[in-house]
Design a protein around this ligand. Structure first.
Ligand code: DWN
Length: 412
C-alpha cells in the first residue's frame, strides 16, 4: 500500500460510515504532477480516483485520500496569475471586500491557499494581509506583491500561532482550497480560533450542482477531496461546528462556484434559503440524483474519444489549449494521448516544456500557434471559453475549430 494513500470508509464531514459509491474515474497520477523531461523515465505514482456521496449529509467526496504533503508541500505548478480572467476576478473581489467591510490598516485579512498573492495583493493597500500556503515556490511570487506568506497548512495550530503574533482576523479567505483539505474539521477549528467575533470566513469552491450539471466531471481530481453543495456545507458548518452560513453567492468561476460567508452567529441573508430551495429542485437532497451522474460521464468520455479518433483518421491536426489540472482528469479518463493531441499550449511558464501527468503530452508556449496552425483545438480550459475564444478570434477566422469537451462535446 502506498504510504501516501489510504481508502476512506467514513464520511469526512459527518462520520456516517454508509458512504454510497457514485463514480469511478480509474487510476491516474495527481492532476498537477506535471513531468519534467528527466521524470519521464521514472515510475509515475498513480492512485484510484473514486467518488462517493454520504446519504446523511450529502457530502460528495473522494473515497481515497492522498497525503496532502505529497500533493502540496512541493513545487506547485499552478499560479493564479497565469489566467488573466482569474486575476481580474480576484482583483475586483479584493476591492469589493475592502469597500464592503470598510477595511482599515488595523484589520487583519488572512488567506489560506494564498498561492501567488493575487487576491491579498489587491487588499494590501487597505488592511494588514497574511498568506498561508504549503507550497515551496508560490510564496516568493506573493512576496513580490508585498504579501507576507507563511509556508504551512492552515489549521488549528497555524491559526493559534497567527493569533499570538498578529491578533484575530477580520476576514479569513479561502478560494479553491477548502475543498482540497482532508481534515476539514481541523481547518474549521482554526477558523474559530483566528476569526474575530465580528469577523467573516469567506470561501469560494466548485459547486457540486455545476459539476454534475453544466460544468464538468473533469474537476474531479485528487486535490479536490470534497464537492460541496450548500446542503452539505450547512451540515458541516452549522450542525457539526455551530457556525452560521449567513450569505451565499453563485459565481461564474471554474464553471459555477459557490461563495459562502460564514459568521459566529447573527442574521442570515435570504440568499441562503433561496439557494437551498434551488438545490432541492435539482435533487441535491436525494442520493439518486448523484447516482445518475455516472452514465452522463461515460457518455462524454465515449463521444470525446470518438470525435478525436475520427479527426485523426481524417488527417486533421488537433492540439490542446490550456493545461489545467482538470484537463489531466479528462485526458487520462478518456484515454487521450500524444497520438490524438500533438501538444498542448499553456500560458504558465512553469508548465511549459513539461509533460502532462499520465497522458504524457508535451506542454508548450502558446507562441507556437503563430506558426503551427492546427485544424482543431481541444479547449481543456473550457472555464475560460469566452475569454479564450475572443483572444483567438484570428485563429478562428482562419477556420480553426474549437472543441469544448464538457458537459457534452461541442465544436464552435
Ligand atoms: O482548485 C484548483 C483550481 C480552481 O485551479 C486548483 N486545484 C488548481 C487549479 O485548477 P486548474 O488548473 O483546472 O485551473 P484553471 O485556472 O482552470 O487553469 C487554467 C489553465 O489554463 C492554466 O494553466 C492557465 C491556462 N490558460 C491558458 O493557457 N491560456 C488560461 C487562460 C485564461 C489562457 O488564455
Amino acid at each position: 500500500m502506498n504510504p501516501n494513500w489510504k481508502e476512506e470508509t467514513f464520511c469526512r464531514s459527518c462520520g456516517d460510515e454508509k458512504l454510497v459509491h457514485m463514480l469511478n474515474l480509474g487510476t491516474m497520477p495527481p492532476a498537477n504532477a506535471f513531468l519534467e523531461s528527466a521524470d519521464m523515465a521514472k515510475d509515475e505514482p498513480a492512485f484510484p480516483l473514486r467518488v462517493a456521496v454520504c446519504p446523511k449529509c450529502f457530502s460528495v467526496q473522494l473515497q481515497d485520500t492522498i497525503d496532502p504533503a505529497a500533493l502540496f508541500s512541493r513545487e506547485y505548478y499552478y499560479f493564479t496569475g497565469a489566467s488573466q480572467p482569474l486575476v481580474k476576478h480576484f482583483e475586483d473581489f479584493g476591492t469589493r471586500l475592502a469597500a464592503e467591510f470598510h477595511l482599515q490598516k488595523k484589520d487583519l485579512v488572512v488567506e489560506m491557499g494564498s498561492n501567488d498573492g493575487v487576491l491579498l495583493g489587491a487588499i494590501a493597500p487597505y488592511a494588514r494581509v497574511l498568506g498561508v500556503d504549503p507550497a515551496t515556490n508560490v510564496g516568493v511570487e506573493a512576496e513580490k506583491k508585498g504579501v507576507k506568506t507563511i509556508q504551512a497548512f492552515f489549521g488549528e495550530k497555524s491559526a493559534t500561532d497567527i493569533v499570538r503574533t498578529e491578533g484575530h482576523a477580520r476576514l479569513i479567505l479561502a478560494n479553491n482550497v477548502f475543498a482540497h483539505i482532508p481534515d476539514i474539521h481541523d481547518v474549521i477549528r482554526g477558523i474559530k480560533v483566528l476569526l474575530a467575533d465580528d469577523g467573516q470566513f469567506i470561501a469560494e469552491m466548485h459547486w457540486v450542482g455545476n459539476l454534475m450539471g453544466a460544468g464538468g466531471f473533469d474537476q474531479i481530481y485528487h486535490e479536490h477531496i470534497h464537492y460541496f453543495s450548500l446542503h452539505s456545507l450547512m451540515y458541516l458548518f452549522e450542525t457539526v461546528h455551530g457556525l452560521t452560513i449567513s450569505r451565499v453567492e453563485l459565481i461564474p468561476i471554474h464553471g459555477e462556484s459557490l461563495r459562502m460567508f460564514v459568521t459566529k452567529g447573527g442574521a442570515v441573508d435570504q440568499s441562503v434559503p433561496d439557494f437551498l430551495k434551488k438545490e432541492k429542485m435539482l435533487g441535491l437532497d436525494r442520493v439518486e440524483e448523484y447516482l445518475n451522474f455516472s452514465s452522463r460521464v461515460t457518455q462524454t468520455k465515449n463521444t470525446l474519444f470518438q470525435t478525436l479518433t475520427d479527426l485523426k483518421q481524417s488527417q486533421k491536426k488537433v492540439v490542446g489549449y490550456g493545461a489545467p489540472a482538470k484537463g489531466n482528469t479528462l485526458l487520462n479518463f478518456c484515454g487521450i494521448g500524444p497520438d490524438l493531441l500533438k501538444y498542448i499550449v499553456d500560458t504558465t511558464p512553469t508548465k511549459q516544456n513539461t509533460y502532462t501527468p499520465g497522458s504524457h503530452i508535451q506542454v508548450v508556449s502558446p507562441d507556437i500557434l503563430k506558426t503551427d496552425i492546427p485544424d482543431y483545438v481541444l479547449l481543456l480550459s473550457w472555464n475560460y471559453a469566452d475569454a479564450i475564444l475572443e483572444k483567438e478570434k484570428e485563429l478562428r477566422a482562419r477556420g480553426v475549430k474549437f472543441i469544448i469537451p464538457v458537459p457534452v462535446v461541442r465544436i464552435v
